[in-house]
Design a protein around this ligand. Structure first.
Ligand code: TMP
Length: 210
């Protein structure tokens, strides 16, 4: 029987260095000999990528309510879990996912959807695939602002005011505090190399030694 793979998610607000960390962590995990699937949310399958485009870049002058976003993102997640994440885990692969269910709880929660509704959707959609480890990249919103601006791209969430991003930061920290067995907070003001070191330590201590 193949051992089930490990499921790692990376979460955090805008400008926390998520993409850079995911790239370097993926290289490190592969160098350690793990067969690895790197994927992202919203997205990860052809259908879910269509939903991503709809949610992040709606037609001009149109906008989704936070509830509609939550429903769309969970629909995309259901497809992603069923068709990609679960088969990979069952085949013994490790899965490294750029954002997952915590992002919905935090972003759509900050948008006004009640936690009860979001948790009910999450329970059903993630029933068969819960992260073994979640790296929460955290740093002060004002300091991370510059990085966001430098990237030049802006989706509907990035364009929101600082107060929204403060709420997002607080939301992730609350989840990390509530689930210390799954979540590890990584200081996003460190150098990329130091962030990778922390991430590798978390993987070693939480997953490899487990
Ligand atoms: P990214 O910039 O990290 O690719 O994420 C895309 C945006 O989508 C980001 O601003 C956060 C948002 N998002 C949600 O609002 N809810 C979710 O469940 C997910 C996965 C992302």
């Amino acid at each position: 029987m193949t051992t089930r793979g490990r499921f790692i998610t990376v979460e955090g607000g805008e400008g926390t260095g998520k993409s850079t960390l995911i790239r370097s962590l993926a290289e490190a995990l592969e160098a350690d000999g793990n067969s690895l699937l790197v994927t992202r949310e919203p997205g990860g399958t052809p259908l879910a990528e269509e939903v991503r485009a709809l949610v992040l870049s709606p037609p001009e002058n149109e906008h989704w309510s936070a509830l509609a976003e939550a429903l769309l993102i969970n629909a995309a997640r259901a497809d992603h879990v069923e068709k990609k994440i679960l088969p990979a885990l069952k085949a013994g692969e490790w899965v490294l996912c750029d954002r997952f269910a915590d992002s919905t709880l935090v972003y759509q929660g900050a948008g006004g959807v009640s936690e009860d509704v979001l948790l009910a959707m999450q329970a059903e959609v993630t029933r068969k695939a819960r992260p073994d480890l979640t790296l929460v990249l955290d740093g002060p919103v004002d300091k991370l602002l510059g990085r966001r601006a430098q990237r030049g791209t802006s989706d509907v969430f990035e364009a929101r005011p600082n107060s929204f991003h403060e709420e997002v930061r607080a939301g992730f920290l609350k989840i990390a505090e509530r689930e210390p067995g799954r979540c590890v907070i990584i200081d996003a003001l460190q150098t990329p190399a130091a962030m990778l070191k922390d991430a590798r330590r978390a993987v070693r201590e939480r997953l490899v030694a487990a």
